[in-house]
Design a protein around this ligand. Structure first.
Ligand code: FES
Length: 128
């Protein structure tokens, strides 16, 4: 479900400009991710890991950049650091940085919450 579309399509004469902005989709309930935990969800069919670090929510692509193992359903979360359960690579969920190799950052997404639900933003530059 889209809850926020920051920019609309503009019509200028005979040409239309593309929509660009973050589109937020419902991901899960806030209660599904208590502080100090993480979870794996599907957002519009895309696997996303959601982390709760002392009440602040972060989101990344669910798959570890090393060999595509789920970060949301495996491994561990310690403060801002998620450690993959497969080969123990660690990532900062706030910055996305890989602590093993800076060439393998997490793909991060903005997170919002409203009325007890968590929303994840995907960038859109689609022409409408
Ligand atoms: S798949 Fe995550 S560290 Fe190897």
């Amino acid at each position: 479900m889209i809850i926020f579309r920051p920019l609309a399509t503009f019509t200028t004469g005979s040409s239309r400009l593309p929509i660009m902005g973050w589109l937020y989709y419902e991901a899960c309930e806030v209660a599904d991710v208590p502080p100090g935990t993480k979870t794996r969800v599907q957002v519009e069919g895309y696997p996303v890991a959601i982390y709760n670090v002392e009440g602040t929510l972060y989101a990344s692509g669910d798959y570890c950049p090393h060999e595509q193992v789920s970060l949301g359903s495996g491994g561990s979360l310690d403060g801002e650091v998620v450690t993959c359960g497969a080969h123990r690579w660690a990532f900062n969920v706030r910055t996305g940085a890989c602590l093993e190799d800076p060439g393998f950052p997490l793909k991060r997404f903005p997170v919002g919450r409203k009325h007890g639900k968590v929303y994840v933003g995907f960038w859109s530059d689609e022409a409408d």
